[in-house]
Design a protein around this ligand. Structure first.
Ligand SMILES: Nc1ncnc2c1ncn2[C@@H]1O[C@H](COP(=O)(O)OP(=O)(O)OP(=O)(O)O)[C@@H](O)[C@H]1O
Ligand SMILES: [Mg+2]
Length: 385
């Protein structure tokens, strides 16, 4: 069950990578600077040392968002100056770039790319794509379908940035239709205006379904193969289950019209791609309901690696992978398999309390970073064979 790097590794990768991160007043870091290896960097330290915080800072530098909290005040060091700042130095084909994210709670974030202010990082060409595994992200496998839909839509946006707008347009049309349905239900409006919103919803909805289907088509064989490589017993499958059976916008509009009365009674729109499901199956059974913790964890890793392979293949842009505390719950065989995959290419940062849980760390060319109480040592040092 060996991994075949030629098939599953990161082919055609662009040379975009994070060279260095600087943190100021971020979580438990007053001031720190860390250099990352081109391939795998292992972050180690005791419980509470600041490993997850460092991974969170890397994500924050790439996206200006936290992967674990929506209350961004938490990011600013308690008892500090009140302004958090993350600076990423990047190496790309055309030279070095710098992304700076400054955050003062209550104010808009201060974003700069190569010294010039920008409104948002999402359209910045040199921004690294980033893929993150945090223990709480297991909810993606275990939890309700909404998280999987949102995740799939993020994959669509990473694969085809110009299509990200479809999801926004669909959500806007859905909110408008729902508002009108609710008003009609309350007797405050007639349902006549719904025709226009049904047409909009159908137009954007069918494109959203097509994008999701295309992304899953690309991911599915990679997911199956990677899940096997990571030691999942039985065939793992990714299946897109759209709520609608329509093949075009007219078909979706007709389905909406058929269900209009029921929607008016309920007070909201119960049909359409906002009710789609992305199933993760193992030997035909949904992992959400039947998977063990370890299987769910492995499946999530297989999904993230499948996305990395697809992004490397289609966009020549493998994401930076951030894997927080993933080894501790895996058995020795799966640790070996995962370490092999991590070393097959692309940039990754993995945190662990026990460096020996990352097989090959002492021998690898990747860096080993030790954190303790928000301080960093061994940063960027290459551990010699
Ligand atoms: N805004 C903040 N200001 C100061 N300290 C903070 C802030 N937010 C979190 N911390 C501290 O950061 C430390 C936790 O860091 P982190 O979650 O990165 O630990 P860890 O190394 O990942 O530990 P574990 O191995 O237990 O997961 C805790 O001591 C916590 O109290
Ligand atoms: Mg942690």
């Amino acid at each position: 069950m060996g991994v075949s790097p030629a098939k599953l590794g990161v082919r055609g990768q662009g040379s975009l990578g994070v060279v260095r991160i600087q943190l100021r007043e971020f979580r438990n870091y007053e001031s720190a600077e860390v250099e990352l290896a081109e391939g795998l960097t292992v972050v180690t330290g005791a419980n509470g040392a600041g490993k997850t915080n460092l991974l969170e800072a890397l994500y924050f530098g790439c996206t200006a968002r936290s992967p674990r909290t929506s209350n961004e005040r938490e990011l600013v060091r308690r008892g500090g100056e009140g302004v958090a700042r993350v600076v990423l130095d990047l190496a790309a084909d055309d030279g070095e770039h710098r992304i700076e994210v400054g955050f003062h709670p209550g104010e808009a974030k201060h974003l700069r790319v190569d010294g010039s202010p920008v409104e948002s990082l999402s359209t910045v060409a040199v921004r690294p794509l980033v893929s993150v595994f945090l223990p709480e992200r297991l909810e993606l496998v275990k939890g309700a379908p909404a998280a999987r839909r949102a995740h799939l839509d993020q994959v669509v946006a990473a694969l085809w940035p110009s299509r990200a707008e479809t999801r926004t347009a669909y959500s806007r049309a859905l909110a408008q239709r729902n508002a009108l349905v609710a008003r009609a239900r309350a007797g405050a409006a007639g349902p006549a205006g719904l025709d226009a919103w049904d047409a909009q919803l159908a137009r954007h909805g069918i494109r959203l379904m097509q994008d999701r289907a295309e992304a899953v088509d690309g991911l599915c064989p990679l997911f199956t193969e990677l899940a096997a490589s990571l030691g999942l017993p039985g065939e793992a499958e990714l299946r897109y289950r759209p709520r609608s059976a329509a093949g075009d916008a007219d078909g979706l509009a007709a389905e909406l019209a058929e269900r209009r009365q029921a929607d008016l009674e309920r007070g909201f729109t119960a049909h359409g791609p906002h009710r789609d499901e992305l199933q993760l199956l193992l030997a035909g059974a949904p992992l959400r309901a039947y998977g063990s913790q370890g299987q769910q964890r492995t499946a999530l890793l297989a999904l993230l690696f499948a996305e990395r392979s697809l992004l490397a293949e289609r966009r020549a842009r493998p994401p930076l992978m951030l894997l927080d505390d993933v080894m501790s719950e895996l058995d020795a065989e799966r640790r070996e398999l995962l370490a092999g995959l991590l070393r097959s290419g692309g940039q990754a940062v993995i945190s662990t309390t026990e460096p020996e849980h990352v097989p090959g760390t002492a021998l690898a060319r990747g860096g080993l970073i030790c954190v303790h109480g928000g301080a960093v040592s061994g940063a960027g040092r290459t551990v010699a064979a």
